[in-house]
Design a protein. Sequence first.
Length: 559
Amino acid sequence: MSEFVPRNFIQNIIDEDLKENRVKKIHTRFPPEPNGYLHIGHAKSICLNFGLALEYGGLCNLRYDDTNPSKEDQEYVESIERDVRWLGFDWEDRKFYASDYFEKMYESAEQLIKDGKAYVCDLSPEEIREYRGTLTEPGKESPYRNRSVEENLDLFRRMRAGEFPDGSRTLRAKMDMASPNLNMRDPVLYRILRATHHRTGDNWCVYPMYDFAHPISDALEGITHSICTLEFEDHRPLYDWVINNLDLGCKPRQIEFARLNLTNTVMSKRKLRELVEKGYVDGWDDPRMPTISGIRRRGYTPSSIRDFCERIGVAKANSTVDISLLEHCIREELNLTAPRVMAVLRPLKVIIDNYPEGQVEELPAENNPQNPELGSRTLLFSREIYIEQEDFMEDPPKKYFRLSPGKEVRLKHAYIIKCERVVKDEKTGEVVELHCTYDPQTRSGLDQSGRKVKGTLHWVSARHAVPAEVRLYDHLFINASDQAENGEQQEEDMILNPDSLERLTNCLIEPSVQGAKPGDRFQFMRQGYFCVDLDSTADRLVFNRIVSLKDSWAKQGKK
């Protein structure tokens, strides 16, 4: 029997709307602004909007909120479409832009002027803020609020014609300067902005504000449920005001849900853009970035992201999700799907003195003990191998079960070896080579000796190992202070982690990875899960660590 999954509050609202016949077919939209790359928070919104449409047999539009040309670019449009498709969703023929409706929005603004519900204001942006008032004090009416309809129409048309400088005039809704909701104190609907638009070029020099453009776009597209994050809750009365004061043929319903906050993660587009532009990261798809393109390059799968979004659910109150849950989702998937390989990240040479020189032995190994359907592979064993530097200690503490002088360990899928001699660099004293012996009666799978050792090490054959670069990623940000009492993480308290990337350039991996392509994923035994990076060439593989093997979320769940 499948586990019962409770309905979230948005599903309950939709169920009620269908039951009461308020709507007949569900129609949602995902409305990104093309001013940067999407991040993991957007993935939650994508999964929610497209997922609801799929669940109810409805439709979901992709619509770009391209009302601020000074920050928008075609590059971002293309990246958004890649990300939505990668997550497994399709808008079919329903790709729209707010700019598709610029003429209709302008006509709507003129209608509000004619109805006495909007006016042209000459106050500067600073003066508008000053007149707006505070949470405890009402605002003051603009001295230009009572212009005649004829004067407002004339000025607004001249704004469109380009007669006035940027920022010199705005069109504002005539509402209530004493409203307890600051968003209802004569909000700006249009501003003058001379910037080349990525679609309309220089056709316009006045652009609608988001709070005006969004409800109009929703209505024109027949959106039934306009689902957005909680910071727009105070904007809902303005959304409804625009819908109710214009005859657009449809009255969408705005519903707010809690945005995704992740520990050790900053998701402000402005801050992410700053990281890229100042060179703190290697672009929007840097595997440390919380962007969907960065997560994809890191090695996460679409199914793991969708699983994560389903597990965190949809809530009405903001909170912070531990990033270990996201890591748990990809571990859980790759544990069943990723082939195992042996990789030595910091090599230490081992010579097995009593193994025949020149001999190469083929040893069988399963690809994934959790998934027998993935079959097996052949390992090559020879006299000279490499193990991890950290798997040897010359003077070990008690209960150290790896290799040390006079001690024995088993080589995974191979033999038991014993350390006989240590070779050091004469100048530095660093251990550079170990000489060992092996017991030929202890071959894995054929061992009838009955001997037991507590330590098992991974290794690679020196003659056959594939050289590679491995990039060990950690969290890009660390929290400089405790979380707030309400459980929300404060992004201003996050600082860059100076140890977010370690590059290891002399790694050695078993030959089964030869021919691996960017995006291929493996479990490096005892090391973690890794993905072949785009920087790989035919001559040299580059691997990104997706996550380590340690699963702190799974341990939390067992407490």
